[in-house]
Ligand binder design. Structure first.
Ligand SMILES: Cc1cc2nc3c(=O)[nH]c(=O)nc-3n(C[C@H](O)[C@H](O)[C@H](O)COP(=O)(O)OP(=O)(O)OC[C@H]3O[C@@H](n4cnc5c(N)ncnc54)[C@H](O)[C@@H]3O)c2cc1C
Length: 805
């Protein structure tokens, strides 16, 4: 075989076939699927077939909703049986916290355009009459969820793709790749090679191995996942919904006259971590009844008739799980023409239709029609790829699949991977750490007898008052925040200025020592990156972005670098620690610590310069994310502890305190500063996100300018609005809460929290411009409709007087 195709998809499971189906639907028909066995012979054939739609992210839910839309019509369209049944899904709550979670889910679903309603235990029993209601205090029902035959769905999509020209090579094993620079030029198989323009890795749990062959890091690990199938159950209703009884870690689905019963044990078992056996195709693992026993005991309690019902078979199938429980999609950062769609964490059948559509858009149009950052492969870095990390964290995530998801919850495994030089010092001063992109970051500081840990709760958390104190330190005195985890790049070269000005919406052509806050937009004007760029010399620029966005932003910038060697980019994250000195006394503190003059005249807001603190050289950038006078001090890590100790000592008379990330969030919400991934995303342009002041349409050509010009002329359709709740009792927004006016859904909360200075709860959300001027709104918080007021200006220091002093 020596073939050629525009696109080669590796893997003939539901994901590979769905991608081919949607590529061909969008007109790209020169597609080959390569499958080492028969179609579906990986994880797909043995899936249980529950199709749920609600996820915690709006766009991911849209993706799953599309799957359902597709599955409804697929059988008719292709003449192949898919087994689709819109059975609905019942969720049970057996404790107060679970019921809170269900209420929050129902409110969120409404904002996402999905019907999920809270029902009584009695209604739940009517829907699922073979269960015992013992312990059930509440329930919820999603009528449009369903179930299907995973193989049937896959075959139908394969047929659809084939009918439009896709070729499918079964019994063909991918053995390697031919590479030229950062491009794959051909896929080698045991039957010959296929030259191609683009490769898609949809190889399920083999995705990591295939990725390694291409030089791509794909952090997934196979885990065993079991369900049992019962004999027919007497009195089984014909229209039984699927059911999730998460307090018992169980799910149920009707299977002919009996039940499928599966679940997520707390101590999941990884499988084949050193490599999947070569002959593992269309196979199962040996049933592990002992491991399943805690689940089956719970199942018998819920459905007593199971005690006397026989088991037809136990399915133990391996499936690709990931360290954050989300699948892995998008263009591989390491390569220029490779895409990935793997690691579906036992929701690949539910995701299949939508994931195929999103991938087809990503491949053909350069990005999916909705931003999928939570699934984007660029959310991972090198520390995610090691086997130890994968096993430890994925095991924890697998075990938490059905446990209650607490607000502000942190994970316990794979911690302390990346530590700032201040880690031990701050630990001794009470730091309670969270983890972001492997970095330990102080969320708050336990003082005055507080336990040095988060205590999970849906009510007011144990850290609430202390974070208020840290917040006030920054508003009234001076705080030190260790923000060493920020991602940092240097862009350098003869063409650096011209290049960055072509990427940035703002004008960075400013004198040396100036700092520009800017968005990097896509052609639609959507915000791909939100960064500050400091001009350190004629040809050297220092870019700062969020901790978790380093791979994403670096890749975006690198992909646009001209090939004439006039510009180079380096990731210098590890070369600099950063201490943020912020608050009205921050200048006084810094001035007592340096021989350089840092008066307002010598170092203005939006400027940077090199100074010396004690004996140590540092780069000081005067910007703020708290809304106060403040300085970000970038130092080589070896000076970090030394500088911190000077600042700490000199700050004692000024009331200096350590401040953590939870206080930053409260401060920035009051000031109206946006966060990428929430208020700034590729789905939203700077005008609707309220950062239109950063767009310089007069500076000349840049990416997204044409779109932004059009948007500015006609005005944006949506606007990011700032709300405060009219009830002062603190609430704890997690994003996704519904914003309504007189019961009509207008939008969802992007992020929110408590503002300790204004003593109000704050929430942000996008609303269509026709609906932004009502006197009163309601925000649905765990089912409680709380009245809210919209604000035109920043809640704190709207005239920016504090930051220019
Ligand atoms: C027990 C169990 C129950 C489940 N229940 C559900 C459920 O109820 N609902 C739900 O949504 N999800 C469920 N899932 C998850 C679902 O099965 C998977 O997420 C989904 O099938 C993944 O599809 P895929 O196409 O990514 O992978 P796969 O189906 O594994 O497809 C990957 C394909 O790549 C091929 N391949 C690998 N390497 C090569 C190579 N070198 N050359 C050529 N081909 C190669 C493989 O042969 C395989 O066919 C369940 C999973 C398990 C294990």
């Amino acid at each position: 075989m020596h073939e050629n195709a525009q696109i080669v998809i590796i893997g003939g499971g539901i994901i590979g076939c769905s991608i081919a189906y949607h590529l061909t639907l969008m007109g790209l028909t020169d597609v080959i699927i390569i499958e080492k066995g028969e179609l579906t012979s990986g994880s797909t054939w043995h899936a249980a077939g529950l199709i749920g739609q609600l996820r915690s992210n709006q766009n991911v839910t849209q993706m799953l909703k599309y799957s359902v839309e597709l599955y409804k019509r697929l059988e008719k369209e292709t003449d192949l049986t898919t087994g689709w049944q819109e059975s609905g899904c019942l969720h049970l709550a057996c404790c107060r916290d679970r019921f809170s979670e269900l209420k929050r889910g129902a409110a969120m679903a409404r904002g996402f355009g999905l019907d999920m309603h809270i029902i009584s235990p009695k209604d739940a029993l009517d829907l699922f009459p073979i269960m015992d209601l013992k312990g059930v205090i509440g329930a919820a029902f999603i009528p449009s969820d369903g179930q299907a035959d995973p193989s049937g769905l896959t075959m139908a999509m394969a047929k659809g793709a084939k009918s439009r020209g896709a070729r499918i090579y079964r019994q063909t094993l991918v053995t390697g790749f031919e590479l030229k620079g950062s491009r794959v030029t051909a896929v080698n198989t045991n039957k010959g090679k296929i030259t191609c323009e683009t490769v898609v890795n949809a190889a399920g749990m083999w995705g990591k191995e295939i990725g390694r062959m291409m030089g791509i890091n794909i952090p997934l690990v196979p885990f065993q996942h079991q369900y049992l199938v019962t004999e027919d159950i007497y009195g089984m209703p014909s229209n039984l919904p699927t059911m999730r009884d998460k307090d018992s870690l169980l799910y149920y689905k009707k299977e002919v006259g009996g039940l499928v019963i599966g679940g997520y044990e707390r101590d999941g078992i990884p499988w084949a971590v050193d490599g999947i056996p070569k002959d593992f195709t269309q196979k199962l693992l040996a049933a592990d009844f002992d491991h399943f026993e805690p689940l089956s005991t719970g199942a018998i309690k819920r459905i007593p008739i199971l005690e006397t019902t026989g088991i037809v078979r136990m399915i133990n199938g391996p499936e690709a799980f990931t360290p954050d429980g989300n699948c892995i999609m998008g263009p591989a950062p390491e390569m220029d023409n490779c895409f990935v769609a793997t690691g579906f964490n036992a929701f690949g059948i539910a995701a299949g239709g939508g994931a195929g559509k999103m991938m087809a858009e990503w491949i053909i149009e350069g990005e999916p029609s909705v931003n999928l950052w939570p699934l984007d492969i660029a959310r991972f870095g090198k520390h995610h790829s090691g086997t130890k990390y994968l096993i430890d964290r994925t095991k924890e995530i697998y075990g938490k699949h059905y446990t209650i998801s607490w607000p502000y919850e942190e994970h316990g495994t794979a911690r302390c991977i990346k530590q700032s030089p201040l880690y031990s010092i701050l630990t001794n001063k009470g730091a309670v750490y969270g983890q972001k992109f492997g970095w330990e970051r102080a969320n708050w500081f336990a003082q005055e007898g507080l336990e040095q840990k988060d205590i999970p709760s849906f009510d007011t958390p144990n850290w609430f008052a202390q974070v208020g104190k840290e917040h006030r330190t920054v508003r009234e005195k001076v705080g030190l925040i260790d923000q060493s985890s920020f991602s940092k790049f240097e862009v350098e070269g003869d063409g650096a200025l011209q290049f960055l000005n072509y990427l940035a919406a703002n004008n960075i052509n400013k004198p040396l020592g100036n700092v520009t806050y800017t968005q990097l937009c896509n052609e639609r004007g959507g915000v791909e990156c939100d960064v500050t760029i400091s001009r350190l010399s004629e040809k050297l620029f220092f870019i700062i972005t969020g901790t978790a966005f380093g791979v994403h932003d670096f890749t975006w910038i690198k992909r646009h670098i001209p090939c004439d060697s006039s510009v180079a980019i380096r990731d210098v994250t590890s070369c600099y620690s950063m201490i943020n000195v912020c608050g009205p006394y921050s200048r006084e503190l810094l001035q007592t610590s340096t021989e350089d003059v840092i008066s307002n005249e010598r170092l203005q807001f939006g400027q940077c310069r090199y100074i010396t603190i004690g004996y140590a050289p540092a780069l000081v950038v005067r910007i703020t994310y708290t809304g106060e006078l403040g300085y970000e001090i970038y130092v080589q890590p070896e000076y970090c502890k030394y500088i911190y100790e000077i600042l700490w000592k000199n700050g004692q008379d000024l009331g200096v305190k350590n401040v953590g990330y939870r206080a930053i969030d409260s401060l920035r919400l009051e000031k109206g500063y946006r966060y990428w991934g929430a208020e700034l995303t590729p789905d939203h342009n700077p005008y609707e996100s309220g950062v239109g002041f950063c767009v310089d349409l007069k500076k000349g050509s840049f990416i997204g300018r044409d779109a932004l010009l059009r948007i500015k002329e006609v005005g944006p359709n949506r606007k990011l609005c700032c709300f405060t709740l009219n009830d002062a009792k603190p609430v704890f927004f997690r994003g996704g809460e519904t914003i309504c006016h007189k019961g009509e859904v207008l939008g969802v909360v992007t992020s929110g929290g408590y503002g300790y200075t204004i003593k109000k709860n704050i929430a942000y959300g996008f609303i269509e411009t026709d609906y932004v001027n009502f006197n009163e709104y309601e925000i649905d918080y765990y089912g409680e409709k709380i009245s809210a007021t919209v604000h035109e200006k920043a809640l704190y220091d709207p005239n920016r007087e504090k930051i220019f002093i």
